[in-house]
Design a binder for this molecule. Structure first.
Ligand SMILES: O=c1nc[nH]c2c1ncn2[C@H]1C[C@H](O)[C@@H](COP(=O)(O)OP(=O)(O)OP(=O)(O)O)O1
Ligand SMILES: [Mg+2]
Length: 197
């Protein structure tokens, strides 16, 4: 069985990576199992932050590592919170306070369009000159109150109009099939066929 270090400390992401990869016979190991501390995410693009996180975990573990940098990009807010989604309401980071701030900033807005965006980066080793990079997006709308108990992060506020449900109301297998992360993972797995681990 192939082992892959997941360069994330986000429990919601880790759960989804396990759901996506365990059925493929990939042994998914959170970086915390190797005592990898949280990486810096100093960049203004998702891809740079994801690469930084993957390298950091691979450097410390000596193993291949997969990182995810993602966020919610809201049209009426000029794409914010975007790459700063995790820190939208400042420190200490909190999904509840981030969601409250998003609701407040969207008060009175009629344009509710938004998309989730995810970049995945896989490095075979810390100095890998050919990182595997894949992206995915998922378009929806920001509601004016939360709905649903599933998922994590901004999910209770994000409606998928084609499903008639918020992301937090979707069964996880459906989220994983249609989400920004699920689509990025499908693309990453295609690329991995060319350059296996
Ligand atoms: O499917 C999702 N459902 C709900 N919220 C989501 C999703 N995907 C990203 N998000 C939000 C969570 C966080 O506010 C930000 C990611 O920030 P991001 O830096 O990539 O992750 P993080 O700091 O939580 O964990 P880590 O960097 O250790 O992977 O976007
Ligand atoms: Mg982060």
């Amino acid at each position: 069985m192939k082992t892959l270090v997941i360069a994330s400390g986000n429990a919601g992401k880790l759960r989804e990576f396990n759901q996506l990869l365990a059925p493929l016979g990939i042994d998914v190991r959170p970086q915390a199992e190797f005592n990898v501390p949280e990486a810096e995410e100093p960049h203004i693009t998702f891809v740079e932050n994801a690469l930084a996180k993957a390298r950091h975990a691979s450097r410390i573990t000596g193993q291949p590592a997969l990182a995810d940098d993602s966020g919610i990009c809201v049209d009426a807010l000029g794409g914010a919170p975007g790459v700063f989604s995790a820190r939208f309401a400042g420190e200490p980071r909190s999904d509840a306070r981030n969601n409250e701030k998003l609701l407040a900033d969207m008060q009175g807005q009629t344009n509710r369009a938004a998309h989730y965006y995810c970049v995945l980066v896989l490095v075979r080793h810390a100095d890998d000159p050919q990182p595997i990079i894949a992206e995915g997006a998922w378009h929806g709308e920001i509601l004016s109150e939360p709905r649903g108990e599933g998922g994590f992060g901004y999910d209770p506020l994000v409606l998928d109009p084609s499903q008639g449900k918020t992301v937090a109301e979707l069964p996880h297998d459906i989220k994983n099939r249609i989400s920004h992360r699920g689509k990025a993972m499908a693309a990453l797995l295609e690329k991995l066929k060319l350059y296996p681990l």
